[in-house]
Design a protein around this ligand. Structure first.
Ligand SMILES: Cc1cc2nc3c(=O)[nH]c(=O)nc-3n(C[C@H](O)[C@H](O)[C@H](O)COP(=O)(O)O)c2cc1C
Length: 221
């Protein structure tokens, strides 16, 4: 029964605090998780993200001082992903990155691409007003990065793989490390979140706690 399978996966997922260090995710399973990220939707289809998978322990350790919410997870996870969001330097009309998406990914004819750019300018400036404040565009990019996060975690849960999403870090320091140590220009990218994948070392300590449906949903009929 499909409905049960879906809800079983959501109930299986929990924020795993410690992974079994000896159990590695197979390449096929991890590729499926990344494919769920790749196929995720984004506003205008512009994919304002880049995923960095850090496997070497000594490389993971470089983040440890700024990554307080990752403690226990980065040391034990089979796979560790950092989701970088693209800043204004990429996500503005006419940039090389957006031209690449429109031309090489979406195969949009030149004249339609120009129309879309004009429409996108209005969307950013007027409809969402994101160009009116300095962090507007990166905030918009970061919100979208959470769609692949959800898809990756649900895909993992369907494969009985555990995960932990993490925002417990100092963003300025993490961006600095990604720039200095790994060449991800901090003027171009900022870290949205980290997510660890692996197999639980133990079952969750507490049952899931959530508000009731009535508390979070209003139906207007
Ligand atoms: C965006 C986001 C950031 C989070 N950051 C951290 C974190 O840095 N460290 C951590 O251990 N858990 C983190 N969590 C896990 C949450 O605390 C957890 O998902 C929440 O309490 C609900 O519990 P459950 O996921 O086990 O159902 C984060 C969750 C989300 C969605």
């Amino acid at each position: 029964m499909k409905r049960k399978e879906i809800l079983d996966a959501f109930n299986y997922r929990f924020a795993c605090k410690l992974f079994n260090k000896d159990k590695k995710i197979s390449a096929e399973d991890f590729d499926t998780i990344l494919e769920a990220a790749r196929l995720s939707p984004s506003s205008f289809g512009y994919e304002p993200w880049h995923f960095v998978v850090v496997q070497d322990m000594s490389k993971r350790e470089k983040f440890s001082k700024a990554f307080w919410g990752g403690d226990g997870k980065w040391q034990t996870a089979s796979h560790l992903v950092f989701a970088l969001s693209r800043k204004k330097s990429d996500m503005s009309p006419g940039t090389e990155y957006l031209n690449h998406i429109m031309t090489d990914v979406h195969h949009i004819p030149e004249e339609y691409a120009q129309q879309q750019s004009a429409f996108f300018t209005k969307f950013q400036d007027v409809d969402f007003g994101m160009t009116k404040y300095p962090e507007g565009v990166i905030d918009w990019s970061m919100r979208q990065a959470y769609i692949p996060l959800a898809n990756m975690m649900t895909t993992a849960a369907m494969l009985k793989i555990d995960s932990c999403p993490m925002e417990g870090f100092n963003r300025v320091e993490m961006d600095e490390i990604l720039d200095k140590e790994f060449g991800f220009d901090k003027n171009q990218y900022s870290l949205a979140y980290a997510v660890a994948f692996g197999y639980r070392a133990a079952n969750p300590e507490r049952p899931k706690s959530r508000q009731s449906m009535d508390e979070i949903v209003t139906w207007i009929e």
